[in-house]
Design a protein around this ligand. Sequence first.
Ligand SMILES: [Zn+2]
Length: 283
Amino acid sequence: MKWRIGEVEVTKVVELETTGGSRFILPQATREAILPIGWLIPHFADEGRLKMSIHALVIETPDRRILVDTCLGNDKQGRRVPTWNERQGRFLEDLAAAGFPPETIDTVLCTHLHVDHVGWNTRLVAGRWVPTFPNARYLFGRVEYEHWTKQSEREDMVTVFADSVRPILEAGLAELVEWDHQICPEVRLTPSTGHTPGHASVLINLNGEKAMITGDFSHHPCQFARPEWSSTADVDPSEAEATRRRLLGEVAGEPVLVIGTHFSGPTAGHVVADGDSCRLLVD
Ligand SMILES: [Zn+2]
């Protein structure tokens, strides 16, 4: 699946799609609560169960090839979600088949450093975690990085950091950037904190043609209708809600293609106001 924003092309490469089983992320999204939000069906929910996706997005500008968020990865251990352990998926093959062999990626960007956004940063070779994208600079948010280096009580987070983040620093490929960092003329970060302390979303702007990649300030389009629904993974739920309301207010009714990091099916659309909340209109 591809979108074009002027001369920039964005391609989705899926690692995993699920229907249901997402209540651990969004506990308020019960069947009874989802069904009244009719526009979610069929793209983003079936009859009361949420559809979700873990995918990477490749941004191609005339001279850059940027991979945004690197999903779960293969062979990882110590993950809290059982099916995220010891994966043997075809993500790298699918990425290459879409036209992006790993050595052609020049930039890897992690919107934040959670388990499902850093996994393919590394792969297991002869018992060692090595960078999957050897010719890329890996951009990590400075605030985000500093936050996670201080966390020691969550064993699963420590494990993720050890197998998917630290090897990139040790290989000298990491660059710590501010949350409003300009990556190239067409692409920059914008802070969208709350989900994590250094979380950033991605803005693409080319002669007034615009797109935004959400990251996890919103896990699912149901949060456009119910911005007060925070995810269990939000480090600061009230800040996350404030961020959702602010960013939705900025894009509602505007010609900005909003591309969701975990949105299933069509994945992208335009945000319109719907009473005192919003909906995602699929083009
Ligand atoms: Zn996520």
